[in-house]
Design a protein around this ligand. Structure first.
Ligand SMILES: Nc1nc2c(ncn2[C@@H]2O[C@H](COP(=O)(O)OP(=O)(O)OP(=O)(O)O)[C@@H](O)[C@H]2O)c(=O)[nH]1
Length: 398
C-alpha cells in the first residue's frame, strides 16, 4: 500500500523506524546473552528448540512492526509509535525466556527493564502499572508452573525473593516513568507557551511596523503641509526663504540667479466684484499657468495674499525678464469663462538679479529690491515687468 505522506509525517515515520531498530538491537543483545548461557551450558534444562522458538518469536515480532510502519498501517493507531503494542510482545518474550532459563532468571529479569526503557517518554503511570502487573503475573505463572511440574533444581525461596524484588523495582520504575512522563508534558506545554509568546511578539512587531509606517505617512504629510500653501499647492513664504538663503550664501556673481515678485492687478476688485471664491479661483489658475512657464529647478512660492515670488537659478537679467514676461503674457490670455462676462486679468512683476555687493548675503535686501521694481510696475500702469534699479532700466510693457 503506498500512502502519500506529508514531509512531517514522513519524518516521524523515519524516527519510528529508528526506534524500532533500537528495539531490535535490544532483542539482539538480550538474545545473545541467553544464547551465551545456553552454549556454555549454564541453562542445563533448556532445549535448542525452546531457544530457537524464542529467537524466531523476536524476529517475527520485529519484522511485523517493521512492515506495519513501512506500510503506514501504524498511522491508524492512537499512538502511531505503537509503544505499548511493541512492549507487550517484548514482555511475553521475556516471560517465555524466564520459563526456559531457570538457573539464570536473575539476569533475564533485567530484560523487563530494558523493555520498559522504551516507554520512558510515552507511557503514563497507569500503562506502566499495567505492564508491571503483566510482568509480575507472567513471572508468577512461571513460578506456579515450576512448582506444579516439580521442576528440577527449582529454588522456591530464591524465586519468591526475585518476584518481590521485581515487584519493588517495577513499582519504582512506574513512579520514575510517571515523573519523566510529567516532565515531558510540562516541557511540551512550555514549548507551546513559548511558541504562542513568540507569535504574539511577532504580531506586536508587525503592529509596531504598521503604526510606524502610518506615522511616517502622517509625518511626511505634515512636513509637506508645513512648506506648502494650501490654496495653490505652491511652496509657502517660509519654505521659499529657507531655500533661497543657502543660494545667497554660496552665490558669487550676478549671473547666479534672479528673483521676481509677481502681484495680480486690482485683485481687491476681483474679490469685490465676483466674490472671494472667484478670487481663490484666479489665484489657483495663476499658480497653474505660471508653473507651466517654468523650468524644473525654478521655485515659485506664494509670498502672501495675491503676491507671488519666483526664484530662477542660473538666470541672468535677460533670462529672468523673459521668463517673467512669459508668465505675464500667459496669465493675461486666460479667459475666466466660469465668471460673469468671462473676464481676464493681469499682473505686474518686479525682477531683480542677485548682487553680491549690495545684498550682503541677506534675502531681505534682494526681495526688497524686487519689491521696489514691482512698485514701479504698478506705478507705471500695471500689467508689465520691470527690472530693479539701478541694474537695468529697460522694461517690457504690454
Ligand atoms: N480671494 C482671496 N483674496 C485674497 C487672499 N489673500 C488676500 N486676498 C485679497 O487680496 C486683496 C489684495 O488687495 P490689495 O493689496 O489692495 O491689492 P490690489 O487690489 O491687487 O491692488 P494692486 O496690487 O495695487 O493692483 C485684498 O482684498 C485681500 O483680501 C486669498 O487667499 N483669497
Amino acid at each position: 500500500m503506498s500512502v502519500a505522506l506529508s514531509d512531517d509525517i514522513q519524518n516521524k515515520q523515519r524516527i519510528r523506524i529508528k526506534r524500532l531498530m533500537m528495539g531490535f538491537a535490544a532483542y539482539v543483545v538480550c538474545g545473545t546473552i541467553v544464547w551465551l548461557y545456553f552454549l556454555t551450558n549454564q541453562t542445563e534444562h533448556t532445549s535448542t528448540a525452546e531457544i530457537a522458538i524464542a529467537t524466531a518469536f523476536s524476529l517475527v515480532v520485529q519484522a511485523t512492526f517493521y512492515f506495519m510502519i513501512k506500510s503506514g498501517a501504524n498511522l491508524k493507531f492512537k499512538d502511531p509509535s505503537l509503544t505499548i503494542q511493541q512492549m507487550i510482545p517484548g514482555f511475553l518474550w521475556v516471560t517465555y525466556l524466564l520459563s526456559i532459563t531457570q538457573s539464570v532468571r536473575g539476569i533475564v529479569l533485567v530484560f523487563y527493564f530494558v523493555i520498559l526503557m522504551f516507554g520512558i517518554f510515552r507511557l503514563t503511570a497507569r500503562q506502566y502499572l499495567a505492564l508491571s502487573v503483566l510482568a509480575l503475573s507472567g513471572y508468577g505463572i512461571v513460578i506456579a508452573h515450576d512448582i506444579s511440574t516439580n521442576a528440577p533444581q527449582f529454588n522456591l525461596t530464591l524465586n519468591l525473593v526475585q518476584l518481590a524484588v521485581l515487584a519493588i523495582l517495577l513499582i519504582w520504575f512506574s513512579y520514575f516513568g510517571h515523573e519523566v512522563h510529567d516532565l515531558r508534558n510540562e516541557n511540551k506545554i512550555k514549548k507551546a507557551q513559548l511558541i504562542r509568546k513568540h507569535m504574539e511578539i511577532e504580531r506586536q512587531r508587525d503592529e509596531i511596523h504598521r503604526t510606524n509606517n502610518e506615522l511616517q505617512v502622517v509625518l511626511s504629510k505634515l512636513s509637506t503641509q508645513a512648506i506648502t500653501d494650501e490654496l495653490t499647492g505652491l511652496a509657502n513664504r517660509r519654505h521659499f526663504v529657507d531655500c533661497l538663503q543657502p543660494y545667497i550664501e554660496q552665490a558669487k556673481d550676478s549671473s547666479e540667479f534672479s528673483i521676481c515678485l509677481l502681484d495680480l492687478d486690482h485683485f481687491k476688485q476681483i474679490n469685490d466684484r465676483y466674490g472671494h471664491n472667484a478670487g481663490d479661483l484666479v489665484l489657483q489658475r495663476f499658480a497653474d499657468t505660471a508653473k507651466q512657464c517654468l523650468r524644473k529647478n525654478d521655485l515659485l512660492a506664494r509670498y502672501g495674499g495675491e503676491e507671488f515670488i519666483l526664484f530662477l537659478p542660473r538666470a541672468d537679467k535677460y533670462a529672468a525678464m523673459e521668463c517673467a514676461e512669459r508668465i505675464r503674457a500667459e496669465f493675461s490670455k486666460i479667459i475666466f469663462e466660469e465668471l460673469p462676462d468671462s473676464p481676464s486679468f493681469t499682473l505686474s512683476v518686479g525682477v531683480t538679479i542677485f548682487s553680491p555687493k549690495s545684498d550682503h548675503m541677506k534675502s531681505e535686501n534682494l526681495i526688497s529690491r524686487a519689491d521696489a521694481a514691482l512698485y514701479n510696475a504698478k506705478k507705471r500702469g500695471r500689467n508689465q515687468v520691470v527690472l530693479a534699479e539701478p541694474a537695468f532700466k529697460h522694461h517690457f510693457a504690454a
